[in-house]
Design a binder for this molecule. Sequence first.
Ligand code: CA
Ligand code: CA
Length: 503
Amino acid sequence: MYRLNITLILLFLTLNAQSEVYWSQGSKENRDGANFIFSDASAKLLWRRQLGDWIDRNGELYGNAAFSITHVQDLDTARKVSLDLTSLVKYWIKNPDSYHGVYLKEESGKGTTVFESSEVKSLEPPHLTIQTSQNETKTYKVTRDTALSTTSHRSLGHDEQLLVGSNTPALIAIDDKFLTLDSTEIMHARLNLTTTTKQFGDTQIGVFAIAPLQAPGEIERGIAWDYPADQNLAEHPDVIIAEQFNAQRGLFNSSANTDWQSHLDDTSGYNKYRIVDTTYDSDRFKPLDGSALQIEFNQKTNYGFTGHYRFKNLMGHEPEQMYFRYYLRFGDNWRPTDGGKLPGFAGTYNTAGWGGRAVDGYNGWSARGLFFLEASSNSTFEGAIPLGNYVYHPDSNTNYGENVSWNSALNLLQKNRWYAIEQYLKLNDPDKSNGQLTVWIDGKKVLDKTDFRFRKTDQLKIENLWLNFYHGGIDKPRSTFYLYIDNLVIAKRYIGPMKMNHQ
Ligand SMILES: [Ca+2]
Ligand SMILES: [Ca+2]
């Protein structure tokens, strides 16, 4: 009975988290919530289109059919404005998973109406009222509100003004308890707002629904699926390296060493790592498949680990396209104070493409992985770790690399969990912007970018897989923390997640 209750509670929490409003107001200090680019800047979740994603009353993404339209006159007086939400509330009750708040759009393209936001201490803050067929009036609070403007990268969710103007939509989330009402008993639903005394022209405010996040794709299985626990995967003709970081217990060697380093070049003296056995029980470690490689970050250096799998050594030449997959687990004590680097393909040729050594298309390129700081406390995804790529390419307009976040609900990694991270990189034709970078997490695609220009000459190839784990930036870690990797595979074909022995 006790167990059942726990299961039910967990189920409830999971369901609740899925339907939670995903965009955020951000923290007051960092203003890292929704802006015109991100729905949640601290979680690195992008809108599909700048200025936010909405659906219309036909359920169509970016459709024109508003749930209602309200004409608001410019009178420069503080007064109440009620927007008709009746059909939208009924739509949400019918489709509760699509509930992510109201999207208010100025339809005339002329004016801007300024409302008081829920940050204003007022007797009548923004709220929803629903009138039922029993003649009851139910009231629901606005829980977060913000505007998106191309003039600000800082999120506006903590402002006391809520703007609705051309190119300035407003987002409003409401206490979602109304979702349990019977929609046939709803007579009217109204969103009640108060204008400030300064208005900027008449507006036509269209009511739309904020679009849900894009649903992740299906799991794609690759060559690893035929080799349970990656056993003998190295024998597949398309596999270059299949490393399991498993302890070898030889006659004279009882320590947990493997020959995994023999394939790597340029490993650094700063490296801090060890093979941890299945019995390792600190840092909430749980093995994925036998022992794993633990990489330590500490206050002495930015380096966790660095080394190169050089294709010239591994296969006799440098390829133009390649896949790699590894399993990654952030430890319980994972506490970086800056973002940092993770493994990725590179062709720096010891010349350009890292550390501010700018690339020009002829001297080098790189596309390492990237971890960001965890999503902030005001985020729906608080504590989750977003990943991305840090790409040195000649079109980045900086001496440094460009952050490319893997924009997906799946790209919000939890600590103490193993994830399969796979990346495919195909170099562009030297005269075209058709370079490809595709990324999968646990076999589901989270990035598919096909317009990179990594190089302007075919002299640059994929020189290596850069096994790089680096804190920063510049700042060194302020404490000791770990990540773990296992089951690293480099191959000419899509590898896919590992088939566990019990699957
Ligand atoms: Ca607000
Ligand atoms: Ca292993």
